[in-house]
Design a protein around this ligand. Structure first.
Ligand code: ADP
Ligand code: MG
Length: 460
C-alpha cells in the first residue's frame, strides 16, 4: 500500500468516528485519493455535487483531519468524475481549508469528538396492522403490494410504493401496517414514519439552525421511509429538493420508500417533475373508495371488536348510506355506541337513521310503484307482467300481495292507484292483500326476511 492510500485511510478512519455511519458512507467512503504533490491533495469524488456538498457541510472537519494527517497548510482539490468512461473530470479547488481558522478551533477543542448517533424512534402507531385492515376488492392491489414489500423491503419492484386515494380510505392505516409488519419481520431494520408536513417542519428548522447535514444523515440512515400525505410538498421547492436527494440515496441503496397521497402522481400540483417521475418508478396503487361489500365487512368487523350489536338491517342501512369514507363508518359506530350507553337505549333503526343522518346528507329517495313491482319481481325471480297478470299460483299471489303491501307502506299512493298499477285490481283487493301480509308477518320469519331484503334493494 502506498503512502498516499495509507494516509487517506487514516483520514477516513477519523472522519468515520466523527459522523454517523450513513453520512460517512454517502460522502467519504467512495472518495479515492489521486495524488499528493506540492502540499496539494487531490481527491476523486463521484460528482461535482458531492464536492460542493462536502465543501458546504464538512469542510471544517475535513480540514482538521487533513492538517492532522497530511500536515498544516495542506491544499485540497476535488476531481469530480464527469464522464465515467474517460475519467475526465472537473477540478474543484477547495476554498474552505483555512489554516488560521482551523488552528484557532484546534486550540479550543483539542480532540475530535464523535457526534452521538441520533436517537431513533419509528413514529409508527402500532395499533394499525394488517390484522385489523379488512381486505376487499378496492384495497386489493395496494394491500397485496404492501404485504409483498414487508417480506423483502427494498428488493421488490415496488420501490417506491405510491399509495393514493381519497380521504378516509385507509392510506395511513395501510402505511402503518406495512411499517409495523416490517419491524416484526425484520427487527434490525430502521423504519421511519413521517408525515410530509412534519418532514417540512423538520427541514425548515434544520435549515434555520444550520443542521442540514444532521437532517440528511438521519433520513439517509433509515431502511424504510414512509412519507404520508406527500401532496403537502406542493409548492415547497427547497423541501422537495432535499427530499429528492434523500429519495435518490435511499432508492439507490435498496432502502424502501412508501409514499401516500390524496391523488395520483399525475394529478399532483406544484411538485417538481423529477420527483413525479420517480414516484412512478415503482408501483402506483390506488386505494379505491370502499364498495358496498367492503363497507359491510368493515362494519361487521368493527362491530365485533367494539362490542356493538347491530341487526343486518342497520348494517345495511349504514353501509348503503355512508359510502365514501371508512372514517365516517367508524364515526357512525362510535356515535351509536355513545348514544346507546349514555341513553341506556338499544341501537334500533330509528337511532341508526338519526346518527347516519348527522354524518351524511341523505336525500329521501322517492319510491315509485313500478320500482316496487320491479324489486318484488326480481326478488321472486318472476317477470313483472306475472305480478300484474292473472296467474293465481301460490307464489305469484304472495308476490303480488307483497307488492301491494309494500306499495301501501312505502308510497303515498291511494288504494285505487295501487290496485290500478297491479293489473287493474280494485281497492278491496288491495286491502285484502295488505291485511293478509300483516297477519302473517308476526310469525312468518321468511316473510319478514323477504320484506327486509326487498326494502333494502329499493333503498339502494
Ligand atoms: P386516510 O389516511 O386514507 O385518510 P386512514 O388510514 O386514516 O385514512 O383511515 C381512516 C380510518 O378508517 C382509520 O381509523 C382506519 O383504521 C380505518 N380503515 C381504513 N381502511 C380500513 C380497512 N380496510 N379495514 C379496517 N379499517 C380501515
Ligand atoms: Mg391519512
Amino acid at each position: 500500500m502506498n503512502e498516499l492510500t495509507h494516509k487517506w485511510q487514516e483520514c477516513q478512519r477519523i472522519l468515520k468516528e466523527n459522523m454517523t455511519s450513513s453520512a460517512y458512507q454517502t460522502w467519504f467512503a467512495p472518495i479515492v485519493p489521486v495524488s499528493y504533490e506540492n502540499s496539494t491533495l487531490v481527491l476523486r469524488v463521484k460528482s461535482q455535487f458531492i464536492a460542493e456538498y462536502i465543501e458546504e457541510n464538512y469542510v471544517q472537519l475535513l480540514s482538521r483531519v487533513l492538517f492532522r494527517v497530511f500536515g498544516i497548510g495542506t491544499h485540497l482539490e476535488y476531481r469530480a468524475l464527469v464522464d465515467s468512461t474517460t475519467g475526465a473530470g472537473a477540478i474543484i479547488p477547495s476554498d474552505g481549508l483555512n489554516v488560521e481558522k482551523v488552528r484557532k478551533q484546534n486550540e479550543l477543542e483539542t480532540e475530535f469528538h464523535s457526534s452521538s448517533p441520533v436517537e431513533f424512534e419509528s413514529q409508527l402507531n402500532s395499533s394499525y396492522t394488517f390484522d385489523n385492515f379488512v381486505a376487499g376488492e378496492p384495497n386489493k392491489l395496494a394491500r397485496t403490494a404492501g404485504l409483498a414489500i414487508t417480506k423483502q423491503p427494498g428488493y421488490t419492484a415496488f420501490n417506491p410504493l405510491f399509495i393514493y386515494g381519497g380521504s378516509g380510505v385507509g392510506k395511513t392505516h395501510l402505511a402503518y401496517a406495512i411499517g409495523n409488519q416490517i419491524r416484526l419481520l425484520h427487527p434490525d431494520k430502521k423504519v421511519l414514519y413521517v408525515t410530509a408536513n412534519t418532514f417540512k417542519l423538520q427541514y425548515q428548522a434544520a435549515s434555520v439552525n444550520k443542521h442540514i447535514p444532521d437532517f440528511l444523515n438521519f433520513y439517509q440512515s433509515v431502511d424504510v421511509l414512509i412519507v404520508d400525505d406527500i401532496q403537502y410538498f406542493s409548492g415547497l421547492d427547497k423541501t422537495q429538493d432535499t427530499f429528492f436527494h434523500i429519495f435518490n440515496y435511499l432508492q439507490q441503496s435498496h432502502k424502501q420508500l412508501i409514499l401516500t397521497s390524496d391523488r395520483s402522481p399525475m394529478d399532483l400540483k406544484d411538485i417538481e417533475d423529477r420527483l413525479l417521475t420517480r414516484f412512478k418508478w415503482g408501483l402506483v396503487a390506488e386505494l379505491e373508495s370502499p364498495d358496498l361489500a367492503l363497507r359491510r365487512d368493515i362494519l361487521i368487523y368493527k362491530m365485533r371488536h367494539e362490542g356493538i350489536e347491530l341487526h343486518d338491517e342497520q348494517i345495511d342501512y349504514i353501509a348503503t348510506h355512508v359510502t365514501n369514507s371508512i372514517r365516517d363508518l367508524e364515526g357512525v359506530l362510535a356515535s351509536l355506541l355513545a348514544y346507546s350507553t349514555l341513553m341506556a337505549q338499544p341501537i334500533d333503526q330509528t337511532l341508526t337513521e338519526h346518527v347516519v343522518g348527522r354524518v351524511v346528507h341523505i336525500k329521501p329517495k322517492t319510491i315509485e310503484l313500478v320500482d316496487i313491482i320491479g324489486a318484488v319481481s326480481e326478488h321472486f325471480n318472476i317477470p313483472s307482467r306475472m305480478i300484474t297478470g292473472k296467474t293465481r299460483s301460490q307464489e305469484v299471489t304472495q308476490a303480488r300481495h307483497l307488492a301491494m303491501y309494500l306499495a301501501k307502506k312505502m308510497t303515498d299512493h291511494s288504494l285505487k292507484e295501487i290496485g290500478d298499477s297491479m293489473g287493474h285490481r280494485n281497492h278491496a283487493t288491495v286491502i285484502h292483500a295488505v291485511s293478509c301480509i300483516t297477519q302473517q308477518l308476526d310469525e312468518n320469519e321468511i316473510l319478514q326476511k323477504r320484506i327486509y331484503q326487498i326494502k333494502a334493494a329499493l333503498q339502494r
